[in-house]
Design a protein around this ligand. Structure first.
Ligand code: HEM
Length: 497
């Protein structure tokens, strides 16, 4: 009897807690969709809609509701979906101090590779961001350009070799090997050469790092919904195999470079400099081995798929817009003709259309299509009704903003002219967010743009891309992935120029 009574009381309490949580937005009079147990408003995720698409639809539905945000239940987590650009600006830039963290799980002690610049919080993040920022200046990019160019030339050769036998190619895999080689070389100092099938492990592990889940994915919602508690319970996200693999590679690379004193001017060189400072006792400016390994790992994970996916989507759009493709090719050739037929950091900037094409691609397909921040403390807006409670997750729905017809008329259309200097000036800030905004924006945006422009420039110069019967139009996104990606890859007809 006692046990039955206890179970009854526990169930009653649980029912009360869930009911209390699921009436939070009603009680506050904030517009929101009706939640259902246990996924809240995430019922369509991940079988029917991709995560960022859910936030996009929410933004478009509530943007004229009169409230600066809509309420959403991410399972049981109170989530704010920003529907007003002024609030987006406050969260990302003006009142950044209250929203500096993402509230994503990491566990430095038990899972050191999870403690990256993307996840860590507070003073630790500020300090690390400050230390790593000099790694990404335009001067450093110039030093790394020769590596990127070498790999891009190799990519053109690989495309060329594939062509006599195949008129149609699956693009995402090929450009993914290009960016994997670029970042693998720059962040891990490996001559990856995955384009020629070498070091396949390195790229496979990189893919597995973002797709494979510990605990069969069953604890995902708990780990991401309750990061602090998960940390106390010593939960981890990186699988043992991925962690051992990358830790070993970093250890070998450091040992090799310190022994041979080889300098390559890449990310790894700069990380090793910080590691040496740490070894000399300067913990203020230095990085421990675990910290170094985690940052090299996140540079690879954050830098490889984002850029290759952007290249894939750009080629997909250019294949459907032959006029833009021809104009772009003519401009690339014209600029190269003036510079000994060689790409350089400065002459890429002269290829204005190339950058506009990439920017418009990132508008239509911002690979990481929503941004998240967590409120450090209660935050009040001009109208106190719209306060943001401490610990609420704040989502900036970048994809929604990018498809808002009041900002980008005919948002489905691919129009690079939206990104001429004057058109950009005419729009307010926080309307183009593929790299986020504010002090916690993408630290690698310059590098990402450089490798995307260099890769795309090489391919457009040498090949003509067009749609084939197997090209999927309109494109469908993989629903379960965090990043936007094409459901069945991107198949295009490719011809040598
Ligand atoms: C086209 C390529 C890329 C895209 C679209 C992209 C996108 C993003 C976005 C949307 C964010 C979140 C920004 C925010 O919350 O405001 C981010 C953060 C970040 N990205 Fe990128 N990224 C790209 C390339 C790279 C590259 C090449 C690297 C490194 C080599 C990199 C490293 C990072 C890191 C470390 C962060 C976290 C920054 C912090 O929290 O301080 N990304 N990226």
């Amino acid at each position: 009897m006692l046990i039955i009574a206890l179970i009854g009381i526990i169930l009653g309490l649980l029912y009360y807690a869930v009911r209390n949580r699921y009436t939070y937005w009603v009680r506050r009079g904030i517009p929101h969709d009706e939640p259902t147990f246990p996924k809240g408003n995430m019922g369509d995720w991940s079988s029917k809609r991709q995560l960022s698409v859910i936030f996009k639809d929410y933004y478009l539905k509530y943007k004229n509701s009169g409230s600066p945000f809509a309420g959403l239940y991410f399972f049981f987590t109170k989530t704010i979906v920003v529907t007003d650009l002024e609030l987006a600006k406050r969260v990302l830039i003006k009142d950044f101090n209250n929203f500096e963290n993402r509230g994503i799980f990491y566990n430095e002690e038990d899972d050191p590779l999870s403690a990256t610049l993307v996840t860590i919080e507070g003073q630790k993040w500020r300090h690390l961001r400050h230390k790593l920022s000099p790694t990404f200046t335009s001067g450093k990019m110039k030093h790394m350009l020769p590596i990127v160019l070498r790999v891009a030339e190799e990519m053109s050769k690989v495309f060329n070799e594939k062509l006599p036998s195949a008129k149609e190619l699956e693009i995402t895999d090929l450009v993914g090997r290009y960016t994997a080689d670029v970042i693998g070389t720059c962040a891990f100092g490996l001559n990856c050469n995955s384009q020629r099938g070498a070091n396949a492990d390195f790229v496979d592990m990189g893919k597995r790092a973002v797709t494979e889940r510990r605990y069969f994915g069953l604890l995902d919602f708990f780990i991401f919904g309750y990061p602090k508690l998960s940390r106390r319970l010593h939960l981890k996200i990186t699988t043992e195999e991925v962690s051992d693999f990358y830790t070993r590679i970093v250890r070998e690379t450091i040992d090799y470079r310190l022994k041979t004193k080889e300098k390559r001017n890449d990310f790894m060189d700069m990380l090793i400099e910080m590691y040496q400072k740490h070894q000399e006792g300067n913990t203020e400016d230095g990085l421990s081995f675990e910290e170094l390994a985690a940052q090299a790992f996140i540079f690879f994970v954050a830098g490889f798929e984002t850029s290759s996916t952007t290249m894939g989507f750009a080629l997909y759009e250019l294949a459907q817009h032959q006029d833009i493709q021809d104009k772009l090719r003519a401009q690339i050739k014209e600029v190269l003709a003036k510079h000994n037929n060689e790409f350089s950091y400065d002459n890429i900037k002269e290829m204005a259309l190339l950058e506009q094409v990439v920017m418009e691609t990132l508008r239509k397909y911002p690979v990481l299509a929503h941004l998240t921040r967590k409120a450090n403390s209660d935050y009040s807006l001009d109208d106190p009704k719209y306060f943001i409670e401490k610990d609420s997750v704040v989502v900036i729905p970048a994809l929604g903003i990018h498809y808002d017809p009041d900002i980008y008329p005919e948002p489905e259309k691919f129009k690079p002219e939206r990104f001429t200097e004057s058109a950009i000036q005419a729009r307010q800030s926080c309307t183009w967010l593929p790299f986020g905004d504010g002090p916690r924006n993408c630290i690698g945006s310059r590098f990402g743009l450089m490798q995307t422009c260099v890769g795309l420039g090489h391919l457009i110069k040498d090949f003509k891309f067009s749609v084939s019967p197997t090209t999927q139009v309109p494109i469908k996104f993989v629903k379960k992935n965090l990043l936007l990606s094409a459901e069945n890859g991107i198949h295009l007809k490719v011809e040598k120029i």
